[in-house]
Design a protein around this ligand. Structure first.
Ligand SMILES: [Zn+2]
Length: 409
C-alpha cells in the first residue's frame, strides 16, 4: 500500500456538499490517497502520516473533470473548414467524410499516438476521465479498431457507428442502419460500454427517430448502455427517445420544446442533459437554454464534444468559462455540472466528487479558489494531480515536491 497526503489545500471543493451550491467547500484542508483511493479528508493540521506528502501551498483542489462526450480517436486536419466558417467563405471540404477517410487510412500506431497526445492534453487541463466515441470508421473493421484503441486509454468507450450515414451508403441508408444494428454492433460491442446515435430528423446524413430507436434497442440487447446526440440542429425526437429508453444522457439539447424539458425533468434521476457549449462557440450558433433546464429541475452535465469538425477543444476549464459567460450558469453550477453532473451522466459514483472511498482523481487549480476557472478564461491554471507514484520511490531523494511541483514522483 502506498499513501500520499496532499496538504496545504487553500480551498478543497468536494462537489459532495449539502449546501445550496452542492460544492462542499472547505479551507486549509488535506486529503490522503491510498493506492489511488481517497482514504481521509480533514484539516491540514490533522493530516495523518503518509508515505509521501505534497504541500499545495494554498492552491485549490477539485474532483478531476469528467469529460463525458468526446470524439478523440481520429486522424486528419479540418482547420481549413474552420477558417472558411469563420470567414464566411463557401467551402465543401467533405466534413465528417474527410475525417473518416483520414482515420481509415491511418495505421494503428498513428492513431494510438494521436490519441495519446490528446489524452495528455486533457490531463494537462485537469480532466481525469474521458468518454471516447467511435464514429469515424463507419465500417465493421474500422469502428471495431477505433474502440479497441480507445479502450486502451479509457473504460468509457461508446459505439457510434450511427454517427453519419457514410457516402457509400447514402442510397441504401436502411441497409446501413441494419449493418450498424447487426454485424457492426456485434463486432464492436466487446470493446464498448455505451451505444450512441446522432438523431436529427430531416438530415441526409443523420438518423431519424425510428432509425435511432433501431440502433439503440439493438445496442441495449447487446448489453450496452445508451447515450443519444439529440436536438442539436433543430427540434426532434432525440430527447423523448432518450428518456423513453432510459438513456444515461442526451447530449446537445439546444432545441427543446416544453414537453422535452418536462420529460427531462421527470427523468432527472436517470437521464442527464449534457450541454456542449464549445460547439456553439466554434460554430457561432445559439447556446442551449441552461437556465430553463435548471429551473425545471433537469440534471445537467457539461462536456467538450472534442472533435475535429465542430469543436476541436479538449478544455473543460474553457467549457466552464463558456457555461458561465454565455449560458448564465453560476460558477458553482458550471463546476458541479463538469464534475459530479458529468459523472452521473456516465453512471459513475466513484468519480466527480472527493469522498472517502472514491477514486483519488483530482485536479489542482493554481489559484486560491475555484472561481478563477471562469474568472481567468484561457489561462492554464488547471491540471490533473498525479497522486500515484509513476516510479518506485528513490530512497535517496525526498518525496516532497517544491512549490512549483504538483507532481509527486
Ligand atoms: Zn458529439
Amino acid at each position: 500500500m502506498t499513501s500520499t497526503a496532499i496538504t496545504g489545500i487553500g480551498e478543497l471543493v468536494s462537489c459532495d456538499g449539502t449546501g445550496a451550491d452542492r460544492l462542499g467547500r472547505r479551507q486549509d484542508a488535506a486529503v490522503v490517497a491510498t493506492d489511488g483511493v481517497i482514504s481521509w479528508i480533514g484539516p491540514t493540521l490533522a493530516a495523518p502520516a503518509a508515505d509521501r506528502r505534497v504541500d499545495l501551498e494554498g492552491r485549490t483542489v477539485l474532483p478531476g473533470f469528467v469529460d463525458s462526450h468526446s470524439h478523440l480517436i481520429f486522424a486528419g486536419d479540418r482547420s481549413a473548414e474552420f477558417e472558411a466558417r469563420m470567414t464566411g467563405t463557401p467551402y465543401d471540404g467533405g466534413g465528417i467524410a474527410t475525417t473518416v477517410d483520414a482515420t481509415r487510412a491511418a495505421d494503428d500506431e498513428t492513431l494510438r499516438a494521436l490519441l495519446a497526445g490528446r489524452m495528455a492534453e486533457l490531463r494537462a487541463q485537469g480532466t481525469t476521465t474521458v468518454e471516447i466515441k467511435s464514429g469515424y470508421g463507419l465500417s465493421i473493421d474500422d469502428e471495431t479498431r477505433a474502440l479497441r484503441l480507445a479502450r486502451e486509454v479509457s473504460p468509457e468507450t461508446t459505439f457510434l457507428g450511427a454517427h453519419v450515414v457514410p457516402p457509400e451508403w447514402r442510397d441504401r441508408r436502411g441497409d446501413y442502419v441494419d449493418l450498424v444494428a447487426g454485424e457492426m454492433l456485434a463486432a464492436a460491442a466487446p470493446y464498448a460500454r455505451w451505444v450512441d446515435v446522432f438523431c436529427e430528423p430531416g438530415s441526409p446524413y443523420a438518423f431519424d427517430g425510428d432509425e435511432a430507436r433501431t440502433v439503440l434497442e439493438a445496442g441495449r440487447a447487446a448489453g450496452l448502455e445508451l447515450r443519444v446526440h439529440g436536438n442539436q440542429l433543430g427540434p426532434g425526437p432525440g430527447v423523448q427517445l432518450a428518456v423513453e429508453l432510459g438513456a444515461a444522457s442526451v447530449d446537445h439539447c439546444t432545441h427543446l420544446s416544453d414537453a422535452d424539458v418536462d420529460a427531462l425533468a421527470a427523468a432527472a434521476d436517470s437521464t442527464v442533459a449534457t450541454l456542449l457549449p464549445g460547439v456553439e462557440f466554434c460554430t457561432r450558433s445559439p447556446y442551449p437554454d441552461a437556465a430553463r433546464l435548471l429551473a425545471a429541475g433537469v440534471s445537467l452535465a457539461l462536456a467538450t464534444d472534442c472533435n475535429p469538425g465542430t469543436c476541436y477543444s479538449s478544455s473543460m476549464p474553457f467549457v466552464i468559462a463558456l457555461a458561465v459567460r454565455e449560458m448564465g450558469l453560476t460558477p458553482a453550477q458550471a463546476l458541479y455540472a463538469a464534475t459530479a453532473g458529468s459523472a452521473r451522466s456516465l453512471r459513475r459514483s466513484d468519480i466527480g466528487r472527493i469522498v472517502v472511498g472514491g477514486r483519488a482523481d483530482l485536479a489542482v487549480i493554481d489559484a486560491p479558489s475555484h472561481l478563477h476557472l471562469a474568472y481567468r478564461p484561457g489561462v492554464p491554471l488547471a491540471s490533473a494531480l498525479e497522486v500515484q507514484p509513476a516510479l518506485a520511490p528513490d530512497p535517496g531523494r525526498s518525496a516532497e515536491v517544491g512549490p512549483a511541483g504538483h507532481r509527486i514522483r
